[in-house]
Design a protein around this ligand. Structure first.
Ligand code: GDP
Length: 412
C-alpha cells in the first residue's frame, strides 16, 4: 500500500495528468495513443499503424520496425484538463528508457490484449511500474477480436499480477459484435456508431440489466472489502452512488490497493472517451505527488510541486529535430522561464533556456514558462542529457536516482 498525499489546493496543477501508456509490443499502445489524440482534437485525421501515419511514431526507424522505440511527450486537452502523454517503449530491450519515462509519469494506463490477457512482457512492464509506485488503471483492448473475453483477461490480471481488479464496465456484444459498454458506475450504456467516431448514451439494454446489476454489486462489495473506512467516510447515506464509488475507486488506485479495469477496441475506436474520463477521475495530478527528494550541498532536500518553490526538473529525453536539439523536461518544483539560466548541479555547469515548447502532436506551442507539474521540451540546452537534474542556480539540487536498482526481469 502506498501513502497518498492530499493535493495542494487552489492550484491548476490538479488539472494536469502526466500519463503513460504501458503495454507490451502489439497490445495496441500506438493505436490507443493515436485514438486519444484524435478524440481530444489534437489531430484531425486518424492514422493507422500499418500505413505508418500515426503521430507518435514519427521516427523512420521506428516506423520501419513497427515498434515504439523512442519516447516522446505529446500534450492534449480533455474536459478542461491537460493530458501529457509520455510515450513508454514497450520493448524490454529499451528498459532504460522505460525506467526514465516511468520516473516522469504520475499515472499510467496498462494495456492488455483481450485474447491473450497478461503476457510475459506486460508482466515485466507492470513490475517496473510497481517499483516506481506508478498508480495505474487497466484497459483491456481488442475486444473486437475473435476469442476476446473480458472475464478471462481480468482473471489473468488477478492471477498473474496479483492485484484486485475493479471492473467498471460490462461489454455490450462480443467479438465482431462488440458495440459498446455499460458504465457500471452511472448504470448507463455507451454505444458507438459504426465508424466509432461518436457514441450515444442510453439506458442499459434490457438483456444486460440483470448482469449489469450483478456486476455493480460485485464492484461495491470488492470496494467495501478493500476500503471499508473510506466508504464510511464518503457515504452519509446507505446506498453507494456513482460519484461516491468513483471517489473510493480513486483512493484505491492512488494507494495501489486495486486496479480499475476498463475495456474497448482501440482499432474500432470504442472505449477511448471513457478511458480518458477514467484517467481524469482516478489517476493523480502532479499536485497529488509527494515532493521530490534530492541532495543539496551534502544534505538531503525535498521540493514540493509548487510553482513558487525553487526550480527543479529532470531532463528525461533528448532528441535531434529540424527545430533543434529538444530536451524534454519534467518540472517538479518552481517555474522554468524562457531566457533564464539553469544549473546542472552535478557538473556545476549553467545553461540558458532558449525556447520552451509544448509538443502537441504535429506542432509545437511556444511558452514563456513552464511550472511545476509541466512536461515541456526546451531548445537551447547543449549539455543536458537524459537523467540530468536542472535547478535554479541559487538553489542547487541533484535529484535522487530512481529508487530501483534491480535489473528488468528478462522474459522468454
Ligand atoms: P503497439 O505495439 O502496442 O504500439 O501496438 P499497435 O498499436 O501498433 O497495434 C498492434 C496491432 O494490433 C496493429 O496491427 C493494430 O492495428 C492492431 N490493433 C490495435 N488495437 C486493436 C483492436 O482494438 N482490435 C484489433 N482487432 N486490432 C487492434
Amino acid at each position: 500500500m502506498r501513502t497518498i498525499r492530499r493535493p495542494l489546493s487552489g492550484t491548476s496543477l490538479t488539472a494536469v495528468r502526466n500519463l503513460g501508456i504501458l503495454a507490451h509490443v502489439d497490445a495496441g499502445k500506438t493505436t490507443i495513443t493515436e485514438r486519444i489524440l484524435f478524440a481530444t482534437g489534437a489531430i484531425h485525421k486518424r492514422g493507422e499503424v500499418h500505413d505508418g501515419t500515426t503521430v507518435t511514431d514519427f521516427d523512420a526507424q521506428e516506423r520501419d520496425r513497427g515498434i515504439t522505440i523512442f519516447a516522446a511527450a505529446v500534450s492534449c486537452a480533455w474536459s478542461g484538463h491537460r493530458v501529457n502523454l509520455i510515450d513508454t517503449p514497450g520493448h524490454v530491450d529499451f528498459s532504460d528508457e522505460v525506467e526514465r519515462s516511468l520516473r516522469v509519469l504520475d499515472g499510467a494506463v496498462a494495456v492488455f490484449d483481450a485474447v491473450a490477457g497478461v503476457e510475459p512482457q506486460s508482466e515485466s512492464v507492470w513490475r517496473q511500474a510497481d517499483r516506481h509506485g506508478v498508480p495505474r488503471i487497466a484497459f483491456v483492448n481488442k475486444l473486437d477480436r475473435a476469442g476476446a473475453d473480458l472475464d478471462t483477461a481480468v482473471a489473468s490480471i488477478r492471477e498473474r499480477l496479483g492485484v484486485v481488479p475493479l471492473v467498471v464496465q460490462l461489454p455490450v456484444g462480443r467479438e465482431d459484435g462488440f458495440t459498446g459498454v455499460v458504465d457500471l458506475l452511472e448504470m448507463r450504456a455507451l454505444l458507438w456508431r459504426a465508424g466509432g467516431e461518436t457514441y450515444e448514451t442510453g439506458p442499459v439494454p434490457e438483456e444486460l440489466r440483470e448482469e449489469a446489476q450483478r456486476r455493480r454489486r460485485l464492484l461495491e462489495e470488492t470496494v467495501a472489502e478493500l476500503h471499508a473506512d473510506a466508504l464510511e467516510e464518503f457515504c452519509a447515506a446507505s446506498a453507494l452512488t456513482g460519484p461516491t464509488l468513483a471517489r473510493a475507486l480513486r483512493e484505491l488506485t492512488l494507494r495501489g490497493d486495486g486496479v480499475v479495469v476498463l475495456c474497448g477496441s482501440a482499432y474500432r475506436n470504442r472505449g477511448i472517451e471513457p478511458l480518458l474520463d477514467a484517467v481524469l477521475a482516478y489517476l493523480p495530478s502532479p499536485a497529488d505527488m509527494p515532493p521530490v527528494r534530492g541532495e543539496s550541498g551534502g544534505a538531503e532536500q525535498e521540493r514540493a510541486p509548487d510553482p513558487a518553490a525553487p526550480f527543479a526538473a529532470l531532463a528525461f529525453k533528448v532528441t535531434a529535430t529540424p527545430t533543434g536539439r529538444l530536451t524534454y523536461v519534467r518540472v517538479y518544483a518552481g517555474t522554468l522561464r524562457k531566457g533564464e539560466s539553469v544549473l546542472d548541479a552535478a557538473t556545476g555547469r549553467t545553461e540558458r533556456v532558449g525556447r520552451i515548447l509544448r509538443v502537441q502532436a504535429d506542432r509545437h506551442e511556444e511558452r514563456e514558462e513552464a511550472v511545476a507539474g509541466d512536461i515541456v521540451a526546451v531548445i537551447g540546452l547543449k549539455a543536458a542529457r537524459a537523467g540530468t537534474t536542472l535547478c535554479a542556480p541559487g538553489a542547487p539540487l541533484v535529484l535522487e536516482p530512481p529508487s530501483v536498482a534491480e535489473p528488468v526481469v528478462s522474459v522468454a
